[in-house]
Write a protein that binds this ligand. Sequence first.
Ligand code: NZQ
Ligand code: ZN
Length: 387
Amino acid sequence: MQNFVFHNPTKILFGKGKIAEIGEETVQYGKKVLLVYGCGSVKKSGLLDKVKDSLTEAGAIISEHGGVQSNPLLSHTHSGIAIAKKDKCNVVCAVGGGSVLDEAKAICAGSLVDHDVWKFFTGKKSIKATLPLTTVLTLAASGSEMNSGMVITNDSTTQKFGFGNKHLFPKTSILDPSCTCSVPADYTAYGAVDAISHVLEFYFTREDSCTPVQDRLMEGLVINAMESCDRVLKRADDYQARADLMWTATLALNGLTAAGLGKVGFPMHMIEHSLSAFYNIAHGAGLSAIIPGWMKFRAASQPQRFAQFAERVFDIRNGSMQQKAANGIEALESWFCRVKSPTTLTDLEISAEEIPKIADNAVALAKVWRMREYNQQIIESVLINCL
Ligand code: NZQ
Ligand code: ZN
């Protein structure tokens, strides 16, 4: 296990009835609140009104920035920054899934500078300060509620870039699992896939080979993501299953699993972001189309690691190391099929002819993320594996 610093400053309020506390949690940072939300689900469910009531009771003056779309856009982020600046907002409150939270993070960072917020994403500028952020999470998936990452699509250049900075941790996030009961089956499954993918990225790219605590933790999170998702898909309003899935997704990407692993990569995300950028695919759906192909590519160089995954997650005991590795990948792919998440590019109606264009787009992010081993040729061969 390698040296590490684990410092996660986000306060989590978890459970039923916690929404009422968002007002007090937010106004301690300022009274002029920019309320950020998505394309309608929070209005339909009545959650937005509850959040507004709590903010108003706490003395907040609310400005609104709704209409954040899934795979949030830079142009829409610019409008949010303009509102925050015009209304002199001193705190941001985000109500929604990962897309809403990420756009809110970008607004928090962009509101305190004169240059384009995109310069943070390309590494031309670094974040020195942000507006404080509170969140109410409505979808178990991204981990954004308790991490320092954000992902935005530049709709002028068709680039979906993401990065982390310590100023981007939300101050407080409210996780009430009952808010996720209205998430439809497809997005519930894509969310579970996303949580699993965050674990797999670390599990299979870690630098250090002696990390038993992290291994067991990550294997447990994958098992739990699948089990809780299965339960939710049987009964959408199963509170305990929603709670399991929600906390699993948060733990999968809050820094805990990666602590002590040394350098880790995010190759499946790096490639998936190009799929979302070109085709506006749900993030989890794009991931499940990439994961099996990437795993087959990677398993060739570390079959032992993949055999361990197969044994511990899917109880695959028979066969050679290579056979176990292959059977583990197949078992995960079967689970993706069972929850109706695509497992190939073909499922997404993306053909072989489009691969060079996708790879070319992904190379740009590989450079920003300093994953130089992923050149055009390597990315194309991974994508061919995904057809
Ligand atoms: O816009 P509304 O109407 O709210 O609808 C959303 C959206 O259509 C809907 N939804 C959300 N909560 C709901 C609900 N529908 C019914 N009931 C609810 N309670 O679900 C759809 C998807 O929402 P979205 O926020 O896009 O999903 P998710 O949470 O999966 O976020 C995806 C984004 O997060 C980024 C992804 O790249 C993608 O842009 N990620 C962010 C990360 C981070 N910040 O650390 C890491 C992740 O790897 C990921 O890349
Ligand atoms: Zn993800």
